[in-house]
Design a protein around this ligand. Structure first.
Ligand code: SF4
Length: 262
């Protein structure tokens, strides 16, 4: 964010960056929330093949953790029934918390990444099933159009996560995984790494700027995750992360050690 502030030339945008940076400082100093919408609890879990606890117990513990974070700590109760809109104020319910599982060979570590996701950024998510005849340029246009249409709603500048390939559900998950990557990282595949840079340049030439009020910096990073798809399909998804890009990681080891980080 500091680098983005230095790069920004629009005076109004620079003021917005100053406010954002002051917000971060105050939140750090006073141990307060950086934004009132702490979002939905989302966990990305990697279980090492040598980690000695079964998945059901881990799942139950994550649920309990989400509940305690809401009842005992300042995680806002933002989770509600989709039709009755009844909110149990626990962040736990049918399908919640959201847990994505992965498994790692020859590892004794349980790696838990928590990415709370607010609604301003999640609400502008988009997915479309293109066909191969549409070509690559249409995928890029879809990503750029999505960011443009999002305007101020996702509290830019944040991270634009892009999923390409897979199925309708997998492509959305890939876009979510893309926002979880650290800013400055690139996809392992040179083709998609180049596309990340191209989209980054294109999006930052839109002029949307911080908080959508105009400026040079519309996004801090564009991350792509991809998967093989069907010969007649070309799905693309966009998941936008807002500027706080909150995340917390715990690495748990069999001897009880826990390393915290991001
Ligand atoms: S989009 Fe992000 S920064 Fe904006 S209000 Fe929602 S959670 Fe907060």
């Amino acid at each position: 964010m500091k680098k983005a502030y230095e790069k920004e030339t629009n005076p109004t945008a620079k003021e917005i960056f100053k406010t954002i940076l002051a917000n971060v400082e105050v939140a750090d100093r006073d141990n307060m929330l950086i934004c009132q919408d702490t979002g939905l609890p989302i966990y990305m879990v990697k279980v090492g093949s040598k980690f000695p606890v079964d998945g059901a117990k881990i799942s139950a513990a994550l649920k309990e953790g989400a509940k305690r974070a809401t009842v005992e700590h300042p995680f806002r109760g933002s989770s509600t029934h989709p039709v009755t809109r009844v909110n149990p104020q626990t962040s736990v319910g049918e399908g919640l918390p959201i847990i994505y599982w992965d498994f790692v060979a020859d590892s004794d570590c349980l790696d838990i990444l928590m990415i709370p996701k607010g609604s301003g950024s999640e609400n502008v998510s988009a997915m479309k099933m293109f066909i191969p005849a549409d070509g690559v340029s249409v995928l890029k246009k879809f990503v750029i159009d999505t960011v443009l249409q999002s305007g101020s709603n996702p509290c830019p500048p944040g991270i634009i996560g892009v999923g390409i390939g897979g199925t309708a559900d997998l492509v959305s998950k890939l876009a979510k995984e893309a926002i979880a990557r650290p800013v400055g990282s690139h996809n392992h595949d040179p083709f998609f790494a180049k596309m990340e840079d191209e989209l980054y340049e294109a999006i930052n030439s839109l002029g949307v700027g911080p908080m959508g009020l105009g400026g040079d910096v519309t996004t801090l990073a564009v991350h792509i995750e991809w998967a093989y798809t069907h010969i007649t399909q070309n799905p693309v998804a966009v998941n936008t992360q807002c500027w706080p890009a909150r995340r917390a990681r715990a690495k748990v080891y069999p001897d009880g050690r826990v390393e915290y980080g991001f």
